[in-house]
Design a protein around this ligand. Sequence first.
Ligand code: PRP
Length: 177
Amino acid sequence: MNSQPELRVLLSSEEIEARVKELATEIRGSYQDKHPLLIGVLKGSFMFMADLIRRLDFPLEVDFIRLSSYGGGTESSGRIKVGHTLRSPIKGRHVLVIEDIVDTGLTISFLLDYLRKKKPASLKLCALTDKPSRRRVPLDIDYLGFTVPDKFLVGYGLDWDEKFRYLPDICFIEEES
Ligand code: PRP
């Protein structure tokens, strides 16, 4: 991959906005009387989280967690450590985890196990995108925005080597032929 990759739009900001609105309607239906705790997984989920919660017009709380894989590379190693931890008590809360993308599923499986041990009243997952072709562990996504192909995605929070998170669209990097 060269230093100026060619980007093509996979999901436009308009498509994302429309789907986020639909997800918010679904989430409102289940959570409006539950005062849920929404936990965003940093960094990638920050933009999705910000847009989603602006559509949720009922009492809720927000927190963030930072997870990272041991070891480098673009593949998830499956060995995850918690960086920035949660301040919010989890026990007895209705918890909804917010992710930008589920790929192998290793990161989110780790997080769901970690949270489950803290005895929430309920625990569900909302992911903007899902790449099922890459899955290595079985996983149910309760609220899903889009199923995406096995391409390297950037924008709307997603990065390539920390670049392109700011893009309003979700784009894929065109492979060199
Ligand atoms: C991305 C994404 C998920 C994880 C998904 O995070 O935000 O947390 O990878 O991959 P997996 O399903 O294969 O585990 P990343 O580690 O790139 O960090 P970032 O959110 O800070 O960009």
